[in-house]
Design a binder for this molecule. Structure first.
Ligand code: SF4
Ligand code: SF4
Length: 361
């Protein structure tokens, strides 16, 4: 059974989410990590109001304790040679800021040498024509931030004027180089009150260009905690939006998927079984939404990290989960968003956003 990609009839894969359930579970039981989320820097050129980082984080220049290119290379080599690493998501901060360009290039070159696929998540502000060419030459898949279909909405959400224009220009540079055809590209956004009404239009815009839409529910943490009144969308409205997107896909593009949080498009977050999140300073957590520490790549081997108490529980999250996520008929292939549960005080509690009616198992 394929739990991530439900009967898509067109190429519609965010590379890092495209693993078969059997591979994922095998990786977990063999102590492997098929994918890894790497925060290459904490520094950023935007200050998104919904960011999972805190107000105090993200300033430029990069903090002095961030992993060096050599340390990242050692991590990737260990992960590939001993734990079957296949893909990484390069996160920030902002991976394309010029201040860390050398480290970024060296990371992608290392991935290419080792045969590791990579997706760069970027806000697009620093993605000029030369950078687009660089991404293409380095065989990067790209996920570009797009928070709305107009400058006011996008720029307000990323807290930087001119960002929308830059994102749109960046898409065009990438399209000219063949992204959307032979190279994967997605747009990424979080559902908030201000972009809610625009998401169906963004969805169609993406489908028409072979851009994979990556639309997620908001986890209230970090910077978003200070803007909840303007950001948080009710569960009922989220369900209505996801249902509308599913209807668009079904009637206009022949794509079928199940309407579930936290990601529209039928994608499920199964990272806990086969991934880990490495922060810029080397500290490892289960994912961006959960700041429980599993160790540090500076002082621990991956094997030690995967043997930590936190990892032992999160890698087998389905054995610890409670509430309706435990009794749910999808419990073997879904745990909702653990970040959302954790931020409400219980990592193992049911996903507070899930609208799914209970069915008998
Ligand atoms: S109740 Fe939990 S396991 Fe079931 S669909 Fe919702 S989030 Fe997934
Ligand atoms: S559990 Fe939620 S916050 Fe964590 S990686 Fe999955 S979707 Fe993101």
């Amino acid at each position: 059974m394929n739990c991530n990609k439900l009967s898509f009839s067109k190429p519609d894969v965010i590379p890092v989410l495209d693993f078969e359930l059997s591979e994922i579970m095998q990786a977990r039981d063999n102590g492997n990590i098929l994918s890894l989320d790497l925060e290459i820097t904490e520094a950023c050129n935007c200050a998104c109001v919904y960011c999972y980082r805190y107000e105090s984080e993200g300033a430029q220049p990069p903090a002095p304790d961030e992993l060096t290119a050599q340390e990242i290379e050692a991590l990737l080599t260990e992960a590939k040679e001993k734990h079957d690493l296949r893909r990484i998501c390069i996160l920030g901060g902002e991976p394309l800021i010029p201040l860390i360009r050398e480290k970024y290039i060296s990371t992608l070159e290392c991935c290419n040498r080792l045969g590791i696929e990579h997706v760069t998540f970027t806000n697009g502000v620093a993605l000029d024509r030369d950078t687009a060419k660089l991404l293409h030459d380095l065989r990067a898949s790209v996920s570009l931030k797009l928070n709305g279909m107009d400058a006011l909405t996008h720029d307000t959400l990323v807290a930087r004027s001119g960002a929308f224009e830059k994102s749109m220009t960046a898409f065009n540079y990438l399209f000219e180089l063949g992204y959307g055809k032979e190279r994967s590209i997605s747009f990424e956004t979080v559902v908030t009150q201000s972009n809610y009404n625009q998401i169906p239009e963004m969805w169609r815009w993406a489908r028409e260009r072979n851009v994979v839409p990556y639309v997620e529910t908001l986890t209230v943490q970090g910077r978003s905690q200070t803007h909840t009144d303007n950001l948080v969308v009710s569960n009922e409205k989220l369900q209505r939006l996801f249902t509308q997107l599913q209807h668009i896909d079904s009637t206009e593009y022949g794509l079928e998927w199940e309407v579930l949080p936290p990601i529209a498009g039928g994608h499920r977050c199964l990272r806990y079984y086969m991934s880990m999140y490495v922060r810029a300073n080397g500290v490892v957590c289960p994912c961006v939404g959960v700041d429980l520490e599993m160790g540090s790549v500076r002082t621990n081997s991956i094997k030690e990290i995967l043997s930590s108490d936190v990892a032992c529980q999160t890698r087998y999250i389905n054995e610890h989960i409670t509430g309706k996520c435990k009794s749910c008929d999808l419990a073997q292939t879904c745990y909702g968003c653990r970040g959302a549960a954790y931020q409400q005080g219980d990592l193992f509690g049911e996903d507070p956003v899930c609208w799914r009616e209970q069915k008998n198992r």
